[in-house]
Design a protein around this ligand. Structure first.
Ligand code: C2O
Ligand code: CU
Ligand code: CU
Length: 479
């Protein structure tokens, strides 16, 4: 079976927003798609691995003419790609070379909150280096690192502070999937920007409380990118890294592809599609087979009607490896029927966005949940189905399963573990959430301006048989 639709509610697409900024193809030459370098560990042993991640400012040649002032991790924009092997003890030095406070949030990693998680309670001040360490026990996935200082997450991400973090384990390494990074295993960070005078970004000029957008698609920091295909099959690790934009992806000729992974894990089995919509912070790993194409042809990836990446086909060796029918066994945590269902409501648009009728407060713990206990969370988007928007709901420090949408089956490509789920206006999405580590974790809409605007709350998880620890929570008002 091949699915041909985007699943989400069409009236809620961002194209219907008053403030929608349509994409335009930039008046700039085509450029090879930037493939971020893999970050080299400082040191590695059989049991441990050490990295240094530096947030830094720089200049990037994005458009012809003047370079753009940008920020990145170990790079001038976005960042080097970090690879974390499951099971090893990971040590990371977090260096802030910027002139303002930032945080290093591991979106999609199951690490303790609030400090290692790197949400707003984990500041690294200019010139400072902090050290964190953790061991991952989660399935292989495409996750990411981004800045998360409240309330300037959106602005820092707009400057470039976002990079991919690939979690790898023995299981994924053993599967017949394209694994050759930069050759047939390709990251695609989808973003949009507006370039002002002298090719500079101007976040404040572009500010929109419903999410900042720009007319120029920027993929891995490249405008008008071309990728040279030298293998029959490629795996794309796609991240919606935009502040607000949804991407409705499809290839020329409606070329079908197999989605093999979602946010936090592989899917149980490949799902065949020719259209795919991603909301902010969602990831999809897809495998594209160019069997029907030959040297000299081009396949284009579009969002709506705008071309965003060109794939230039070169000669390749035939590759008949079939995708496995089964990719991952999902162990669904059991919910005790006596456990109450947690109800969460995202409401409002623009400045009036709220989570459970409240604006975020850094010093207020909004909810608690015992470590190890599986709970259903019913996430409601209270916007009106006629004029509301999709709010992508994200939880830190866990991976959840999507159980239902308004009581119906979830979309066919959301059966893996996820950390972000798009909730249509008027819809209630039931998710199954379990935390494995104690701490304080944020949950919020991942339209980043909504998060900064207060559509966010925090939960404290605790060992039921131990006293509740008290965490030091940041208070931006006293800074
Ligand atoms: Cu992508 Cu609160 O995070
Ligand atoms: Cu996160
Ligand atoms: Cu939102």
């Amino acid at each position: 079976e091949i699915y041909h639709n985007y699943f989400f509610d069409e009236p809620a697409f961002n194209t219907h927003d008053g403030g929608y900024v349509p994409l335009e193809v930039a008046d700039a030459p085509e450029k090879p798609l930037a493939i971020p370098a893999l970050l080299k560990p400082d040191k590695e042993t059989d049991t441990d691995i050490w990295y240094t991640v530096t947030a830094q400012a720089g200049e990037t040649q994005i458009l012809p003419g003047q370079k753009t002032k940008t920020w990145g991790y170990n790079a001038t924009i976005l960042g080097q790609t970090i690879v974390y092997p499951v099971g090893k003890h990971i040590h990371v030095a977090l260096e802030n070379h910027l002139s303002e406070l930032t945080t290093f949030h591991w979106h999609g990693l199951i690490v303790s909150g609030p400090y290692v998680d790197g949400g707003c309670h984990a500041p690294v001040y200019p010139g400072e280096t902090k050290h964190i360490d953790f061991t991952l026990d989660q399935p292989a996935a495409t996750t990411w690192l981004h800045a998360h200082p409240c309330p300037s997450t959106a602005e820092q991400v707009w400057h470039g502070l976002a990079t991919l973090v690939l979690v790898k384990d023995d299981h994924i390494n053993s599967l017949p999937l394209p694994h050759n990074y930069g050759v047939d295993d390709i990251p695609l960070v989808l973003q949009d920007r507006r370039f002002h005078e002298n090719n500079q970004l101007d976040y404040h000029a572009d500010y929109d409380p419903d999410g900042v957008q720009g007319p120029t698609a920027m993929i891995n920091g490249t405008v008008n990118p071309v990728f040279d295909v030298t293998t029959q099959k490629i795996r794309l690790r796609i991240l919606d890294g935009a502040n607000r934009r949804e991407w409705r992806l499809h290839f020329s000729d409606d070329l079908k592809f197999a989605q093999v992974g979602g946010d936090s894990s592989l899917l149980p089995e490949p799902v065949y599609l020719d259209h795919l919509m991603l909301t902010c912070a969602e990831r999809a790993e897809i495998v594209v087979d160019f069997a029907g194409y030959h040297d000299g042809q081009t396949v284009t990836l579009f969002t709506d009607d705008t071309p965003i990446v060109k794939f230039r086909i070169h000669q390749f060796a035939p590759d008949n490896t079939a995708l496995p029918d089964h990719l991952l066994t999902i162990d669904k945590p059991k919910v005790d029927p006596k456990t109450p269902i947690r109800k969460i409501v995202m409401s409002g648009m623009d400045e009036s966005v709220m989570m459970d009728n409240k604006k975020f407060s850094m010093q207020r713990i909004d909810a608690t949940q015992p470590v190890g206990q599986a709970q259903y969370w019913d996430i409601t988007n209270a916007n009106s189905p006629e004029s509301g928007m999709v709010h992508p709901f994200h939880v830190h420090g866990t991976e959840f399963l999507v159980i239902s949408r308004n009581g119906q089956a979830p979309y066919p490509n959301e059966h893996g573990f996820k950390d972000t789920v798009g909730v249509n206006p008027g819809e209630t999405v039931r998710i199954l959430v379990r935390f494995d580590l104690p701490g304080v974790y944020m949950y919020h809409c991942h339209i980043i301006e909504h998060e900064d605007g207060g559509m966010m709350a925090q939960i404290q998880t605790y060992y039921p048989d131990k006293p509740m620890p008290k965490y030091k929570l940041m208070d931006m008002d006293t800074l």
